[in-house]
Design a protein around this ligand. Structure first.
Ligand SMILES: N[C@@H](Cc1ccc(O)cc1)C(=O)O
Length: 648
């Protein structure tokens, strides 16, 4: 520890240290344990942050990095785990032959970036997972753990972190257990990670005491949406800004970022300003105030200030706006940026430009280091050899692409109009095709300055070019009346109360073969409420019940999905991560919105209803993520026996 850092650390009160450790976090589990250790003052706190060296790290990593600085400032001993074994346990995200090169690449890039933002790297302790995970003691513990944990619990723990596939490898089930053991073997008081690690953290809290070890505390930062919205992950390239991108690359990616005028929600650019730019600049100020200005020495690889020369005092972030658009802008708080943006005094184009400049400034020393260091370049090439030869696009895997049993000819009788028939057929085909082809890539909105006169096919402004799961209106309904359809043997004719003032809706469902009428009557269901009404054998259906189809196919059974316990008719349901958006009033059949979203509906191994897809705000090559379908009261479930089922 440098003497100035030690001095600062000694000056801080216990509360101040705790506040520093926990500021900006989304969640803290076991904060009391941390306070106890601080209070006793017998030894420094110890923590670790782990990363599995898979894809190239990108600027989303800035978020945990500023926290590492906070931990150090509060006198905590910080380890950075380069979890090499985890990198291939997770569905071979890093091939075993490449993983050691990736470890070196991660080590180098992380160190270089940390230096650039003024984190005292010499105080960090880098540890490679395999350096202790192959010992006899660790392995014996890992077997003991395996003898205590069910497959179900292990899968559940990894659901948000480990890639979810239909036939999971054994390795993916070992992953969370190893991460739990790491806390013991790295001898820490707390583990820090993104809130996506929460299930693994809770699992660790449960399992370590059973193995006779102490339960650790867990600190979680929120998931910052990528520039295109949603979590930034290392394993999907494309739209993410790489730490080694040139200013030109950065400007281009920013230009394509999701940033709608006046809108704060789902705005990846504003989120970046809030979660990265201000914390980094605050760190810079604190380094100066704390007598650690040496960390900001450009000759040692630190980046420049993001406040313009001559900006008013306290400025942390300046936007170099041309005079003709009102001139430079200078901000000392994120709130002020947000306010200007909401009040439309700050235009998206200027914000994007300002953020692109800021990122370029932050990354300049990183690129310089890379360009002047032949070893660094060699490691990058070894770690990511075929990077330039475009990697094959990942395909969204087939996921029971069976479309609604009510709309197809065999199940639902004949559709009445030619248009309905065509829509149903197209829907069916789209559902099947979704298994073979990824959805079309998002179209980039043209910059405001574009000289292209017209783009007839382009999606209107503010509207995503691929459907959003939130466009589907999912609601809790109650079957208040049910009888067989007078003219179609396979259909029930139901009255379903969706809590609407106009009374219940008429709904047709092709469930006669699968669910006895008495089990349907009075049941709470999940309705898809904004499909264009479709007539079948003379009666129009005004919603569709979301149903699970057994993983072996319809012969295995079809059952309506249940809304969360305690739900009321009319309660809204949504796909996790897409809450708070208004669904379309009615889905335009020509846009095939439901048809694109539906094939990615499924149930998890614990029967939770979910959507496993790639949002329009994500890179289309990203791994589809499992996001639960839920409401205020909890998650929607399929009945027993419908694990890993399709939903339609
Ligand atoms: N699970 C972490 C990586 C990690 C691996 C092992 C650990 O002990 C800690 C963290 C991630 O998703 O990036």
């Amino acid at each position: 520890m440098s003497s100035s850092a030690a001095a600062l650390d000694a000056q801080l009160s216990i509360e101040a240290k705790y506040d520093l450790i926990t500021r900006d976090l989304q969640e803290v589990l076991g904060g009391d344990k941390i306070k106890d250790i601080l209070r006793k003052g017998e030894r420094p706190l110890r923590c670790y942050w782990g990363t599995a060296p898979t894809g190239r790290p990108h600027i989303g990593y800035f978020v945990p990095f500023t926290k590492l600085a906070d931990f150090l400032k509060a006198g905590t001993e910080v380890k950075v785990l380069l979890a090499d074994i985890h990198a291939f346990l997770d569905n071979m995200k890093a091939p075993i032959t490449l993983v050691r090169h990736r470890v070196e690449y991660y080590r180098l890039i992380i160190r270089t970036v940390l230096k650039a933002i003024g984190v005292p790297v010499e105080r960090l302790n880098f540890v490679v997972g395999s350096s202790y995970q192959l010992t006899e003691a660790y392995n014996m513990d890992q077997y003991r753990l395996c003898a205590m944990v069910t497959e179900h619990d292990a899968k559940r723990a990894g659901a948000e972190v480990v890639k979810q596939v239909s036939s999971p490898l054994l390795s993916s089930m070992l992953y969370p257990g190893l991460q739990a053991l790491d806390e013991q073997y790295l001898d820490v008081d707390f583990q820090f990670g993104g809130v996506d690690q929460r299930k693994i953290f809770v699992y660790a809290e449960d399992i370590l005491p059973k193995l006779g070890y102490a339960k650790r505390a867990h600190l979680m930062n929120s998931m910052v949406p990528g520039l295109k919205g949603s979590k930034m992950s290392a394993s999907d390239a494309g739209s993410k800004v790489d730490f080694l991108d040139t200013p030109k690359d950065i400007a281009k990616k920013l230009n394509e970022a999701h940033c709608i005028e006046g809108q704060v929600e789902e705005n990846g650019v504003l989120a970046f300003v809030k979660n990265v730019i201000f914390p980094i600049e605050r760190l810079r100020e604190e380094n100066i105030a704390g007598g650690n200005a040496d960390l900001l020495d450009a000759s040692k690889g630190a980046s420049k200030r993001l406040a313009a020369d001559g900006a008013p005092p306290n400025t942390l972030f300046s936007i170099n706006r041309p005079d003709k658009f009102g001139g430079g802008l200078h901000y000392s708080t994120y709130e002020a940026v947000e306010k200007d943006f909401v009040d439309r005094r700050l235009h998206p184009a200027d914000l994007k430009q300002g953020v692109a400049d800021a990122i370029s400034t932050l990354l300049e020393p990183v690129r310089k280091e890379f360009e002047s260091n032949a070893d660094f370049q060699k490691i990058a090439e070894l770690a990511y050899p075929s990077e330039k030869a475009a990697a094959p696009k990942k395909v969204v895997k087939p996921k029971n692409p069976r479309f609604a049993h009510m709309f197809t000819k065999e199940e639902g009788g004949t559709a009445e109009t030619a248009e309905d028939a065509q829509a149903a057929k197209a829907a069916h085909e789209a559902a099947i095709a979704a298994g073979q082809e990824p959805p079309p890539p998002p179209k980039q909105a043209k910059a405001a300055t574009s000289s292209t006169p017209k783009q007839p096919k382009a999606a209107p402004k503010n509207e995503p070019s691929r459907p959003l799961p939130s466009q589907i209106d999912l609601r809790v309904g109650k079957i208040v009346d049910i009888k067989p359809h007078p003219d179609a043997d396979s259909l029930y004719l139901e009255s379903v109360d969706f809590g609407e003032p106009d009374g219940p809706r008429t709904v047709l469902s092709g469930l006669v073969k699968y669910v006895p009428i008495e089990k349907m009557s009075g049941r709470l269901v999940v309705g898809v409420c904004n499909l264009k009404p479709a007539a079948m054998r003379g009666i129009k259906s005004h919603a569709m019940l979301l149903c699970a189809t057994h993983k072996s196919g319809k012969d295995g059974g079809v059952e309506p999905v249940a809304p969360p316990e305690g739900s009321q008719p009319g309660d809204k349901l949504w796909v996790e991560g897409y809450e708070g958006r208004e669904p379309d009033a009615q889905l335009n059949p020509k846009k095939k919105i439901f048809e694109t979203i539906q094939p990615a509906y499924l149930t998890t191994e614990s029967r939770e209803a979910a959507w496993k897809g790639v949002g329009p705000d994500e890179d289309e090559t990203a791994e589809p993520k499992v996001r639960l379908i839920k409401g205020e009261k909890g998650v929607c479930f399929a009945p027993a026996g419908f694990e890993g089922a399709g939903l339609s």
